[in-house]
Design a protein around this ligand. Sequence first.
Ligand SMILES: *Cc1c(COP(=O)(O)O)cnc(C)c1O
Length: 397
Amino acid sequence: MKRVLHDDVTPVRTKPFPSWPVYGDLEKQLLMEVVESGKWGGTSRIKLEQFEEKFAAFQNASYAISVNNGTIAITAALLAAGVKAGDEVIMPPYTFIATATAALMFGALPVFVDIEADTLLLDPEKVEAAITPRTKAIIAVHIAGAPADLTRLKEIASKHDLQLLEDAAQAVGAQWEGVGVGAIGDIGTFSFQSSKNLNSGEGGIILTNDKELADRAWSMANVGRVRDGAWYQHEEIGWNLRLTEFQAAILLAQMSRLESQCQLREQNAAILTDLIGEIDGIQLLKRDPRITRHAYHLYMFRIASDLAGRIDKADVIKRLQAEGIPVAAGYVSLNQNKAIIAKTKEWSGEDRLYSCPVSERMCDKEALWLTQNVLLGDEQDMVDVATALRKVIRFYS
Ligand SMILES: *Cc1c(COP(=O)(O)O)cnc(C)c1O
């Protein structure tokens, strides 16, 4: 009796999970090479060139344009794809706010289409109903590092003559049917912000297999210049969105560990899936078999709907954190964000409100996250997560 009581008050774990970022001598060495070269950025590119080539190859893309963050990467990609002020861009509401702000930055209007409950990804079967004569593009967001259904979304995009963008900010290393994401649609973007699976503090990149799109994206990031044109030949309105050589040095060094980290996250995610799949009250997400590699920027799972209906998600999180598990609540559904609603009205002159009940329910009641660094631990770390979950869920039964 005493023993049980003791077990219940002692946290499952007090040991921290692996810290992030991971770095070593290679970061220092490559950074010093940049310092001592005097080529720190601008147009004297040394490491940037190498990094762009390496990253494009890693994601099976032909062209890469590095930029200074993942948000502006989406903006530049939308502009390169021909999206203009007043055009509609279909996207899921279950994503980081940047997916929407990237469009609103220049007056393009986000149109929110709900997600699937079992994947938390854009529901392709709801996309067509949202297409209007003003629709120009669809953004497939590979949330958590799980590719959206690119095959179906490509079909829909080409049938309606729309551009398909991939917001792959969370999907470094992810593959759909054996091909790296990012350039499976017309154009795709990644983020190298500090929390992301490949990071240089800040940073981003645009990938595509289309030379014309690549040249336009390059122009957007290089003050409207013409690639291979004269120095003061500006034929577009663009900005200076360039990454620095310091960041490229860090990214190259980080890439030396990327493949093994991708493999470790997949391994640990599989262990975790086995362990927590058996817990009554926990609902795992479905993984499409065409996802040949999940990037696991996040490990997402759900409180099962029947349980979620009668308990408080914030309370579950509080209890899990008290057990030493750094679980997070995740997003507020973007269709409910007041700033987005107001900016959309400002640009369009209309009240544009979207109902996305699945996304709202996942945000408010069901979805829970673990961040990628948790998956860089060992098997015992995964066992601890499952033990804590079992303990907390048992409390409600
Ligand atoms: C991180 C992120 C972005 C924005 O990237 P930044 O580099 O932080 O600007 C965009 N979309 C998604 C889904 C993200 O997770």
